[in-house]
Design a protein around this ligand. Structure first.
Ligand code: NAP
Length: 258
């Protein structure tokens, strides 16, 4: 019997959870436990790490998981690598529900970098006002670039003294964020530079449209490399894969459709 493990933490994961619930597909939703009040899901939900790839192998076997859908954020590379390893070890089919990366357009001023340390190095010599739209986990990469003021947008309020940066303004928010509101945010804080991770999708694209409208430079961190795995951007295609074992349009798809 089908039992899907849906690795969450993105809006795509929430959309697939809704679709699995409506289609009455048995599934368990998994959160890392990174935020204090994660969005409620219409599926049985667990929270917290599995204990590495070995722990995930135990979970897959113990829960009788038949399919894994990795709908984590494109920068949640450790979880995605663990999912690849555990699915290979257990022979469990794995699909990534993953947005395509954003592409720069003519009016954009992007500086592409490979990781967060390179992003910190890409900031200018003169003091800038930087919207550091990277979440909380990798802020320390900017600790030795203390001449800049940093605007941070976080899901949860930080504990006093817990941030590795000194000159900061923190705003709280959970996406989606509109371009209009992000443009107003950038202007209200006098932002001159933006640092972003190339997450793709619409929910957090507003800041890029705002930076384009204001002519601001954007330091864009590219995605970490991951092992090859089947992927789709579409919830319907993920449902099809769970039901038929192949993505729509893939070789063998017609043969296995009803
Ligand atoms: P990560 O570095 O890849 O994961 C670190 C560890 O957290 C994993 O090894 C795993 O612990 C646990 N973990 C991560 N996702 C999990 C999940 N869905 N269910 C159960 N355990 C999970 O990930 P991260 O960058 O810290 O991100 C944590 C979560 O936040 C992810 O679920 C991701 O989708 C979400 N998120 C991340 C970003 C981002 O920019 N990184 C942005 C938005 C949302 P064990 O090894 O113990 O199993």
């Amino acid at each position: 019997m089908t039992h899907v493990l849906l690795l969450g933490g993105t809006s795509g994961a929430s959309h697939l959870a809704q679709a699995l619930h409506q289609a009455k597909v048995p599934a368990v939703f998994s959160y890392a436990g990174a935020t204090q009040a994660p969005l409620a899901q219409p599926l049985p939900t667990r929270c917290g790490g599995f204990g590495g790839a070995d722990g995930l192998v135990q979970f897959i076997r113990g829960q009788g998981i038949t399919h894994v859908v990795d709908a984590t954020h494109p920068f949640a590379a450790q979880m995605s690598r663990n999912a690849c390893a555990a699915c290979e070890a257990t022979g469990t089919p794995l699909l990534a529900l993953e947005r395509a990366p954003w592409q720069a357009e003519a009016a954009d001023r992007w500086i592409d970098v490979t990781d967060m340390d390179a992003a910190a190095q890409a900031l200018p010599e003169e003091p800038a006002r930087v919207f550091l739209a990277i979440g909380r986990k990798q802020l320390a990469a900017f600790a030795n670039q203390a001449r800049h003021h940093y605007l941070l947008r976080l899901v949860d309020a930080p504990q006093p003294g817990s941030l590795p940066l000194t000159d900061t303004t923190v705003v709280l928010g959970r996406g989606p964020f509109s371009a209009e509101n992000d443009q107003a945010l950038l202007q209200a804080h006098g932002i001159t530079w933006l640092v972003a991770k190339n997450a793709g999708g619409e929910a957090t694209r507003g800041k890029l449209l705002a930076a384009r409208a204001l002519g601001l430079p954007v330091v864009m961190v590219q995605r970490p490399p991951l092992p090859p795995r089947p992927r789709t951007e579409e919830v319907d295609a993920a449902l099809h894969w769970i039901a038929h074992g192949v993505l729509p349009g893939a070789p063998g798809a017609a043969a296995s459709s009803p």
